[in-house]
Design a protein around this ligand. Structure first.
Ligand code: ADP
Ligand code: MG
Length: 249
């Protein structure tokens, strides 16, 4: 047999460097997410987690290094970035819903514009994904009338409506009141159980331990330590990891 598509990593980052001006915020990152894997990234504020995530779909321009998404080099100027981005769903800390659109319209607009779906098809896909996040009854609601947790679930449903091959989450529960965090994490857990490929920047160590296939600890623009989440959390090898975990656990 020849190599199957599933052997191609979903994301492969090699020797990635990123400067903002003179400030080197990513200092040679090697990082990989295999298809169907959930990889969590933890680390102190300012360590470069968001920058790494944002480089993966070129919301940030890497200074040097290589990033392959499903084997396609997104740092190559010849690459059709829109085509690659359409395979990647992004969910941010701030939910970024369109405030002047109801929930259903929020879920349809990119499907119509980017996927060129008919109105009927877009609505059908939107409703299926709203059901998945438990918000079918909110399709006519405006974002301002939803709780933060509901808005984040809508944002997840919106990303899923584009049929992404993988989902990137940047601290999806950090802006939520504590009692709303669980609902969002449980949807992410369901997604993982369905086999979605996920890269998750998070401070939720319980999620990382329970759902993560791998855990990377970042500090100062490098991945200090990486491995099985249960092992890294229970028995960190590096002093910087120990110091960080002693503060958050
Ligand atoms: P984290 O997500 O781990 O908190 P970030 O990736 O957001 O870290 O930031 C890493 C470093 O890069 C920080 O020092 C931050 O100030 C800097 N940084 C991030 N985005 C920008 C930007 N657009 N312009 C300049 N500096 C930035
Ligand atoms: Mg961040």
């Amino acid at each position: 047999m020849t190599t199957t598509a599933s052997a191609t990593p979903a994301i492969q980052v090699s020797d990635l460097h990123k400067y903002f001006g003179d400030n080197e915020v990513l200092k040679g990152i090697d990082f990989r997410v295999d298809q169907g894997q959930v990889v969590c990234v933890i680390g102190p504020s300012g360590s470069g987690k968001s920058t790494l995530l944002r480089c993966v779909n070129r919301l940030e321009e890497p200074t040097s290094g290589r990033i392959l998404v499903e084997g396609i080099d997104i740092t190559d100027p010849e690459t059709d970035l829109d085509a690659v981005r359409s395979r990647i769903g992004m969910v941010f800390q701030q939910f970024n819903l369109f405030p002047h659109m109801d929930v259903l319209a929020n879920l349809c607009v990119a499907q119509r514009r980017v996927k060129k779906r008919s109105r009927d098809e877009a609505v059908q896909v939107a409703r299926a994904n709203l059901a998945k996040v438990g918000l079918s009854e909110k399709e006519k609601a405006y974002p301002a009338h939803l709780s933060g947790g509901q808005q984040q679930r809508v944002a997840i449903a919106r990303a899923l409506s584009m049929d992404p091959d993988m989902m990137l989450f940047d601290e999806p529960t950090s802006a939520l009141d504590p009692e709303l965090v669980g609902d969002v994490l449980s949807i992410m857990k369901d997604l993982a159980a369905e086999g979605m490929t996920m890269m998750v920047v998070t401070h939720e160590m319980g999620f990382a331990r329970e759902v993560g296939d791998r855990l990377a600890f970042m500090d100062g623009g490098v991945i200090v330590e990486e491995g099985d989440p249960r092992q890294v959390l229970a028995d960190p090898q590096h002093d910087r990891t120990k110091a960080f975990l002693s503060k958050v656990l």
